[in-house]
Each structure stands twice: as C-alpha cells, then as structure tokens.
Design a protein around this ligand. Structure first.
Ligand code: PHE
Length: 463
C-alpha cells in the first residue's frame, strides 16, 4: 500500500481540507433555512451547544480512528474489530451514493454562476427558470460532467498536490466572501406594496433573537432533531470522509487543535451564511420567503438578487462563486474517500483508481442529472415526501445510512474497543485532551440514544 506522499503537509493543510469537506451546500441552503424556521436565536443556541458536545464527539471519533489506523473506513473498522467490517462497508456506501448526485448539484450552481457572469441575472429570477433548466435534457448533464471532471482532476493530483493545494486558497477566499455578502445584507432595505419598510438590520435581529413564543416540548424536540441532523451532515462525519482525511494527518499534529479549528470554521461559515441569507430574504419577501435546499438557492435568492437592482448581479456572482467553492471542496472529499477505500481494497495506484472511478461517476452523474427529464420518476419515500432519483440517493445516504452508522460507531467505540481507542490517539504526542470526560460520557451513553432517536425520526418510523 502506498502511504508515502499520502499526507497533508501539516495542521493547516489538514484543517482547510477538512473544513473544505465540511463547508458545503448544507451550510448555505439548509442552515439559514432551519435557523429561520426553528426560532432564530433559539436554534442557534441549541446548534452551538450540540456542536461542542455531540458534533465534537463524532468528529473526534472519525479523525482519531483515521489517524490511528492509517486506513479508510473499511480497513479502519476491520482493524478495530474484525467482526465490525460490516460497519466499514456501510460507511463506504455513503460516499458511493452521494457521489452520484453531488456533482449534479455542483453543476446546477456552476450554471447559475455562468448565468450571472454573462449578464442574464434577470432571466434567472423568472418563476420557471430553475424547473425548466433541470428538466431540459442536455444542459444539466453537461454541467454535471464538467463539475465531475474538475473534481476528478484535483483528486488525481493527490492529497497534497490536489486536495490541499485547492483547499488552501479556496477556503480562505470563501470565508471572506460570506463575510462580505453578510455585511452587505445589513445595508439593504425595501419598501413593499403596503408601504412597509424592512431593513437588513431588522432581518439580522429576526435571525439572532431567540423566539420562544408558543414553544412546546414536542416543538423543542423537533428543533433539537433538526439541529442534530444538520450538524452531522454539516461536519461530514459518519460517511468515512473524516476517517480518510484523518489517515493523512501526520503523527506530530495536535488533533485537539485541529478539531477545534474545523468546528470553528464550519460553524462560522454557517452563521455567516445565515447572516447573509436570512436578512436578504426577510427584507424582500418577509418571513414567509424562506425555503430550504435548491428552491432557496435557485428560486428565492435569484428573486432577492433581482430586487436589489444593479448590485444584485454583483452579489449574485459573489454568492454563486462562494457556493462553487463550497461544493467543489466537498465533492473532492467524497471522491477521495471512495478512491482511498478502493486503493486499499484493490491495491491499485491512485491514478488508475481515479480513472476507473471517473468513468463510473461521469456516467452516474449524467443519469442523475437527467432524473428530471429522461429518467423522470416519482418515488414515494418512507418519510412522506415524493422524490426523483437524486432525492432517493439523498434519502438513503443521509436519512437512513448516516444516523445508522453513527449509532453503530458509538457502540463500537463506547462498548467494544472502549473510548481509550480514540482518547489515546487524541493524547498522542503528549497533548491534553481537555474534553475527554465529555467525550467518554457522550460516546457511551448520550450519543447512542440520540442517534437511535434521530434514525427513527429521519427514516419516518417515528412519525
Ligand atoms: N458537509 C457538507 C455540507 O455541509 C455536505 C457533504 C456531504 C460533504 C457529503 C461531503 C459529503 O454541505
């Protein structure tokens, strides 16, 4: 197995690559929506409390397992306990599924960036623009292939020469961009037909104030579950990615610091994304204008940008470029974890592995991209929604597999190998693992229960 050269140069390279994976569409199109829906500041407080306990536990586990075993998910879990190889295989399936559609989303974003750059921003704000784009039979496929191709080229170049090199400039630029657009959001104001003036600052207050009016226990639990599922999707844990990235960290790096910085980066971008999107939507469409996912990014926001007039074109460009950076670095991490597992299983070189996987995923991306035209179908998902091919992949990987994997891995670490498997790695090099007590309690008692509830809820069994 060639491990030589398969390393991040040091702590910063690792942190930025891991942050690159963590910061993705989840930060941009889901976090702001949840914050607006789940009581503003109330959601933020709950989310932050969970980041420091629950998110921290899962992130520490994945990264420590990777560095200790020097392997990716399948090899790592097998090494932890031969009977738990199945968990490695389950974990491997998540990026395998996500990879089929992530480049499709990246393609949509690229298309919007192109539209804004070429001066057709006004058209993009039209009511049917997005639905007619994704249901056209050629264009979404072409953009998906382009995005997939760029991802493959970067992964082909290797850990330091590709992934780290790209993350090292894209992530700082992304951070600056979200801060700039968030500040701009505060300066806008708008008078609606009824003569009511709404300002960006009011929108910011709406976002930050904890709204507890009419809060019930069941509503509180719902908010808790929303925050929890958002959190571990956002940190890219329980899908093997952080295990793979952890396996590239040099022994002398202080994992405690690295984990803190990754959490800080991911949460910071989420908070700023909220500060950029919630006030903007609030000013132009009021509180009813918030939606999640593609409809926020490709339908609501283009309308907001259009309402900003000339500045909107510019803000739109900045926003979609930010989104490309976020998606590309995540997409890279998904492909990398598949590549790493395959290299270990088949003992092949990186170049050959990437080439073979590229062919497979170019085809898969094209199929999923045409899931709204040529391969259109309507599937009833167990959680009560109806979806196309992309939604099926998303449902299986995120709503079913990820909570299940997190549940199993907390049992494996908490009760089979015992938490020392992870805590020893955190203390390697003589560093203090300050939140060790919290970690042990979380991994043994609290996280398994939380994951079980989340699994039952997100699969629809609990509804
Ligand atoms: N963590 C990313 C986000 O918040 C999502 C992601 C999913 C990244 C799957 C990699 C793989 O959007």
């Amino acid at each position: 197995m060639e491990k030589k050269g398969n390393h991040f140069s040091g702590q910063i390279g690792f942190v930025l690559a891991a942050a690159g994976s963590a910061v993705g569409v989840g930060n941009l199109w889901r976090f702001p929506y949840l914050a607006a829906k789940d009581g503003g500041g109330l959601f933020l407080i709950i989310y932050l409390a969970l980041v420091l306990t629950f998110g921290f536990t899962l992130l520490v586990s994945d990264i420590a397992i990777g560095r200790r075993t020097q392997k990716s998910a399948i090899g790592a879990y097998t090494q932890m306990h031969p009977k738990w190889k199945f968990l490695g295989v389950l974990t491997f399936i998540v990026p395998v599924l996500i990879m089929t559609y992530y480049a499709v989303i990246g393609g949509w974003i690229t298309r919007y960036a192109v539209v804004y750059l070429t001066g057709s921003a006004q058209a993009a704000a039209g009511d049917d623009y997005f639905s007619s784009f994704i249901s056209s039979p050629v264009s979404p496929g072409v953009y998906a292939l382009l995005f997939m191709g760029v991802t493959a080229v970067i992964v082909y170049k290797g850990v330091q020469g590709g992934i780290e090199a790209v993350s090292k400039w894209m992530m700082p630029v992304l951070l600056v961009l979200v801060v700039v657009v968030a500040l701009f959001s505060l300066t806008i104001e708008h008078t609606d037909e009824s003569g009511q003036i709404r300002t960006g600052v009011q929108g910011l207050f709406y976002y930050l104030t904890p709204h507890t009016e009419g809060l019930t226990v069941s509503r509180f639990l719902q908010i808790l579950l929303d925050a929890m599922s958002q959190l571990f999707f956002s940190l890219s844990v329980s899908m093997g990615i952080m295990i793979t990235y952890g396996s590239y960290v040099k022994p002398e790096v202080n994992l405690n610091k690295a984990v803190n910085q990754i959490e800080f980066f991911d949460t910071g971008v989420a908070l700023f994304a909220g500060a950029m999107i919630v006030p903007a939507v609030f000013v132009f469409s009021g509180t009813e204008g918030m939606s999640a996912g593609p409809s926020l990014m490709f339908v609501s926001l283009p309308k907001v940008f259009a309402a900003m007039g000339k500045a909107g074109v510019f803000v739109g460009i900045l926003f979609f470029v930010t989104a490309i950076f976020a998606t590309l670095t995540s997409c890279i991490s998904v492909l990398e974890s598949i590549v790493a597992n395959c290299m270990e299983i088949f003992h092949t070189t990186r170049k050959k592995t990437v080439l073979v996987l590229s062919v497979i995923y170019l085809a898969a991306s094209a199929v999923i991209a045409l899931g709204y035209s040529v391969f259109y179908l309507e599937a009833e998902l167990p959680n009560g929604t109806t979806g196309q091919l992309l939604d099926i992949m998303d449902y299986v990987s995120n709503s079913v597999l990820m909570p299940l994997i997190a549940l199993f891995s907390t049992i494996l670490i908490g009760w089979v190998t015992k938490p020392s498997f992870v805590t020893e790695e955190m203390e390697r090099g003589g560093y203090a693992f300050r939140r060790k007590k919290i970690y042990v309690i979380m991994i043994r008692y609290i996280a398994p229960v939380m994951m079980l509830v989340l699994f039952l809820q997100s699969t629809g069994i609990l509804q």
